[in-house]
Design a protein. Sequence first.
Length: 241
Amino acid sequence: MWPIISRQVEQAIDHWREPDRGIWEVRGEPRHFTSSKLMCWVAADRGARLARIREDSDAATRWQKAADEIHADICANALDARGVFCQHYDTTALDASLLLMPLLRFLPADDPRIRATVLAIADELTRDGLVQRYQVSQTDDGLAGEEGTFTICSFWLVSALAEIGEHWRARDLCEKVLSYASPLMLYAEEIDPRSGRHLGNFPQAFTHLALINAVMHVINDEKEAAAQAMARGATVTPRHM
């Protein structure tokens, strides 16, 4: 697998400075989407880690240098005046893909920029608590009309809230999204928050990967809370039955 991984890392490093159409493949003009830079950083950073494991010092040094450069570029260009990471370098619009930042360890979960980004998305990019990809009025996606909330993004928010210490808020949202499951406990790509109707691709595999990660975040938080309570000699009383 190493030749394949090496080519992938090199491709990311060769092209990360180029504008593109982002994770959602919008049909507007290419932009410097933050999520695209983020994933190129992931490629270089994880590639460097693997190279160190393989004791390939030349690759590790070169790739880590590229990862650090991408990281610095994002921090310098993707933040708005509030310290919130934005959809691309030429906007202050929010994008739910940036919920991946704490999950991918771009910055520590207690970094003020990460916390501000997660809470801004939770407060400003949701409909009835469920998460939109972006505001269609602020994104040149080439499409008309409204769209449903993106289920994967709602599960990303559960995980991101847990990461920044908003444990009860994460659990409440997780229970809410779980309540929208189909009779077969499956999820579509989107959910209409007004009717609960599933929209788009069904079932959507990516949604279920995010579901597993979200539920594991909630479970791990509850285990940690129980362990801390036992250490204090206290009893944990669940909020929900």
